[in-house]
Design a binder for this molecule. Sequence first.
Ligand code: ATP
Length: 193
Amino acid sequence: MYLGLSGGIGCGKSTVAKMLSDLGAVVIDADAIAKEVLEPGQIGYENVIHKFGDGVLDTSGNIDRKKLAELVFQDANQLAQLEDIVHPAVVARVAQIRESLPNTATVVYDTPLLVEKQLQNQFDRVLMVFADLDVRKQRLVDRGLEIGDIEARLANQVSDEQRVAVADFVIVNNGSLQELRDNVTKVWQQVSA
Ligand code: ATP
């Protein structure tokens, strides 16, 4: 079983992923993989230096993700070129991880960009997490994010309708962690059967 997990910023994706992992799922964190493929020795690292030059490195020789982000977010063409490096590297790494797992594993792919990148058809099932906007904002404030930063990120989100359209399971995470755990367990019972 390959389950796609997504939802808007601050809805509780990572919390759901952790709960699924506790129940026995193997969780693949898309953001973590995208970072990993840019580490020294990885294919994405070499390709980024080749494309963007060693000005994107910090003093220890690691890719300075902030510098890289500043460079590409001003220029759609450069952003597309970075995606052309990162995307295939992530796909290859995920394929490698999945090949190393037994067929019986329930694998969860946790990605904020499932809808944006139209990944839904890759999965056997899709689980979408929702929470009301004010709840999400409050949780992100509590986590230490700046309100301006939160508003800017929220302005860039796809609509709930687009998310529901690709979902097989929907969890609304406006309540307690126990309520969330109960709902996650119900989904787990269906995907791990
Ligand atoms: P991001 O989009 O930033 O990656 P996310 O969707 O992964 O966020 P989480 O990090 O899981 O969301 O949750 C956001 C914050 O809200 C975290 O601090 C988390 O501990 C908290 N949180 C999530 N669900 C609940 C809940 N039901 N009750 C209380 N706090 C919660």
